[in-house]
Design a protein around this ligand. Structure first.
Ligand code: ADP
Ligand code: 5GP
Length: 226
């Protein structure tokens, strides 16, 4: 009796697993941080050190900064174009951040999924809220500066924003930081090297999650027969 019950349980378990996992999918990583915490710097280092990870290029209505390239850093579009895309439901998520629109297009995620690649989304806390509702399997990381003073120092030293803009970003940072507990992983960017290693460890661990390994493991399991 015990043996019968056990084997029927095993059959059910195996079947459920098979139904859930036959397709190997790339992971979706969401990284958020208050402006100036060092997110772009960290993402650049992470992308350079992580094969198989693609970056989701967002649409934005803000002007390009020096050195930024259309199609690589962002797709820079007019508010009119952005609003038309919203009406056509072309975004997985979008938000007004620091007075400009930012959004992730469905086609960005689709292209990565079709290629079986992992994809990284650099989006704000409002965007993360929307992604979490639609894609609960996404891995989320919140990056914090070591202190408010250091955040302020980094924003001023970056010399890319006006004093008013820096003030606005610091004010927004106070609101954004309150969302830290909505994220799965927290990384304090004190020393760049340590923070980069922490991000690499998170990506590496996610790649061993069942949906990422399913295709490979099922080939092994199939050879076991029975
Ligand atoms: P974000 O993308 O979060 O707005 P950036 O990557 O542009 O932030 O970093 C803001 C500034 O802080 C940049 O000048 C960058 O060189 C600097 N920075 C980033 N990480 C560190 C760190 N760990 N220690 C000191 N300065 C840093
Ligand atoms: P920046 O103007 O400094 O490049 O970015 C400002 C903020 O907008 C950052 O917090 C960044 O993560 C966020 N952001 C960039 N792209 C997107 C996006 O597609 N959607 C959302 N919601 N936020 C984004």
């Amino acid at each position: 009796m015990l043996v019968t019950r056990h084997s029927s349980l095993v059959t059910k378990f195996t079947l459920a697993n098979k139904l859930q996992t036959t397709v190997t999918r790339g992971s979706i990583f969401v990284i958020s941080a208050p402006s100036g915490a060092g997110k772009s710097t960290l993402i650049k280092r992470l992308m350079a050190a992580t094969p198989g990870l693609s970056f989701s290029v967002s649409y934005t209505t803000r002007a390009p900064r020096a050195g930024e390239k259309h199609g690589r850093d962002y797709f820079f579009v007019s508010p009119r174009t952005f609003e038309a895309m919203v009406r056509r439901d072309e975004f997985v998520e979008w938000a007004d951040v620091h007075g400009h629109y930012y959004g992730t297009a469905h086609k960005q995620l689709q292209a990565a999924q079709d290629a079986g690649k992992d994809i990284l989304l650099d989006i704000d806390v409002q965007g993360h809220k929307q992604v979490r509702q639609q894609l609960p399997e996404a891995v989320s990381v919140f990056i914090l500066p070591p202190s408010f003073q250091e955040l302020s120092r980094r924003l001023r030293n970056r010399r890319s924003d006006s004093p008013e803009d820096i003030e606005r970003r610091l004010q927004t940072a106070r609101e954004e930081i309150a969302h830290w507990s909505e994220y799965e992983y927290l990384v304090v960017n004190d020393h760049l090297k340590d923070a980069t290693q922490a991000l690499r460890a998170i990506i590496r661990a996610a790649r061993f999650r069942r949906p990422s390994q399913a295709g490979r493991v099922e080939k092994i399991i199939d050879k076991f027969g029975g």
